[in-house]
Write a protein that binds this ligand. Structure first.
Ligand code: ADP
Ligand code: MG
Length: 354
């Protein structure tokens, strides 16, 4: 259930961080976390954690999230932020066709935040750890002069033969994506609109029930461990894989560059939820553009050899959206009229000037 933080009652009787001190804060926030993974030998409390990584190869991924750049706390509840921050990292591990086992969480917080606010953040982190069977094994805590910064590192493992890089796609491989796309972008448009309405009229009570799916895609995304399990069950090792964090176009161009192949995708094959289509109509933007450039859907995009077609053709979790071709043909979208449109990376860019 989405509770709009813009409407939250600010309770003045909350615990300040300065009254607590760093060590009591860490203890308090992490006391409910237990180690569940065999490879976690020692967790929080010493100078370093200890892991016993016997099986397969180890995969590691880190993300850094800055308030005002990557998230907006006026509509992002802290619990959701904690959940999403972990999920985004786990998604990178799944995108290697690996299983995540541990995370570390580092935070920098200003004194604007209370203990209760950080408890919310860690409730979300805890839920993501529980849902994905991942241990919190450490981190760092420091103060910041303004806002909240969050950095998460995820550690996972997989058999060497299972690990899937961006670089293995071959000409004629099928290009497959899980779930549907554009939802997180559509949800963001709704939340930005409500934020603007709220600024003008703080007493407005938004009815967001028609947008529930898209708002959830934005605020509470999931990482596709179910797709990784499905691939294992179907005995398929993708030839290349990436998670959709910046938009389909951008991810296809990454696979193309790393694998030295081109791609052809078909507009009519792009998976869209009906709610996302109606939000696009409401905002008068093209739903294909939302899919290509939207981002933050955290679906998995991968290539498989043609011989796997029968295993995946009618699977409800998977859509075959196109295929790999020669590098010289580039990356093209074929629309309903048979016209080819070159894909460009309009995904979110950290270092753009605006
Ligand atoms: P040090 O001074 O050696 O860096 P800290 O006092 O920062 O140690 O951390 C003590 C323990 O608490 C370590 O195990 C560290 O990994 C853990 N820790 C610190 N901050 C966090 C956090 N925000 N989340 C989870 N664990 C943390
Ligand atoms: Mg430290």
């Amino acid at each position: 259930m989405y509770f709009c933080p813009m409407l939250e009652n600010k309770n003045p009787s909350k615990t300040t961080l300065s009254s607590l001190g760093e060590f009591a804060l860490i203890d308090h926030l992490t006391q409910t976390f237990e180690l569940t993974q065999e490879s976690s030998v020692l967790g929080i409390g010493d100078d370093a954690a200890i892991l016993d990584l016997a099986e397969g190869q180890t995969v590691v991924s880190t993300d850094l999230l800055i308030e005002g750049v990557h998230f907006d706390l006026s509509y992002m509840p802290l619990k959701h932020l904690g959940y999403k921050a972990v999920i985004v990292n786990l998604s990178d591990i799944y995108a290697m066709n690996a299983k995540p086992n541990q995370i570390t969480v580092s935070i920098a917080v200003s004194n604007r935040f209370t203990l209760e606010a950080l408890e919310e953040l860690y409730t979300g982190i805890h839920l993501a750890c529980k849902n994905h069977k991942v241990d919190l094994i450490g981190g760092d805590t420091t103060s910041s002069t303004s806002g909240l910064t969050l950095s998460i590192t995820a550690i996972g493992n997989a058999d060497e033969k299972q690990i899937t890089r961006r670089s293995g796609a071959q000409e004629n491989d099928l290009l497959v994506v899980s779930g549907d796309l554009g939802g997180a972008y559509a949800g963001l448009q709704i939340l930005e609109r409500e934020k603007a309405v709220f600024k003008v009229n703080p007493n407005s009570q938004p009815d967001l029930s028609n947008y529930a799916y898209s708002i959830e895609r934005q605020l509470k995304p999931e990482a596709r461990n179910d797709v990784i399990a499905l691939l294992a069950e179907l005995n398929i090792v993708p030839t290349s894989m990436i998670d959709v964090s910046d938009g389909l176009s951008s991810e296809i161009l990454h696979l193309s560059k790393a694998s030295n192949v081109g791609f052809k995708i078909f507009e009519e094959k792009l998976p869209l939820d009906h709610e996302v289509i109606s939000i696009c109509e409401e905002f008068k933007f093209n739903s294909t553009t939302a899919v290509l450039n939207g981002g933050e859907d955290y679906e998995l995009l991968f290539t498989v050899p043609q011989k796997e077609f029968d295993k995946i053709k009618n699977h409800p979790l998977l859509s075959i959206i196109g295929h790999a071709c020669d590098l010289a043909s580039g990356c093209q979208l074929v629309n309903g009229l048979g016209q080819q449109i070159e894909l460009t990376a309009q995904g979110w860019q950290s270092f753009s000037d605006e």
